[in-house]
Design a protein around this ligand. Sequence first.
Ligand code: HEC
Length: 142
Amino acid sequence: MPHCNPATQKRLAFGFAAAMLAAWPAMADDDDDDTGRLEYMYSCSACHGESARGDGPVARYLNVDTPGLTTLSRENDGEFPLYRVVQIIDGRHGVGPHGTIMPVWGARFMPQALAEGGHFRAEVIVRGRILSIAHYLESIQD
Ligand code: HEC
């Protein structure tokens, strides 16, 4: 969160991590096709909204507009910009807005993935999670 002090940030981050860990087994049990939607609900809907129209509960506290994510294809001549979206969500490669207000998800997903395996495996897990979100977004384009 951009506007809280470091202690609050730490508590929020811990709460977030705990919530993710608690949700993990339930997610693993779910139908594979649901993974991206669940990831989106956990990681993105607070700002971008449950229906991805930029109207999540946190959006009103940000000092920039939170974009809706259902018009990405329309804004790209009818073609879903998969590569760009993956890079934006990842945020580690300097593409797009991440690192401003948008969290750098590639970096956030990393510690948990590293705990589950070596560096190479962790990178695969992180990219898989990001790709599942991107595919979910592709499936909900207007
Ligand atoms: C803390 C609020 C917040 C969260 C959480 C968040 N975003 Fe964002 N996102 C933003 C804001 C604000 C922007 C607009 C650019 C900026 O100023 O950072 C944005 C921009 C984007 C864009 C670029 C949209 C465009 O039209 O170019 C994409 C794609 C995106 N977010 C996807 C996601 C995904 C997927 C997640 C979850 C993994 C996510 N965001 C989580 C706030 C957030």
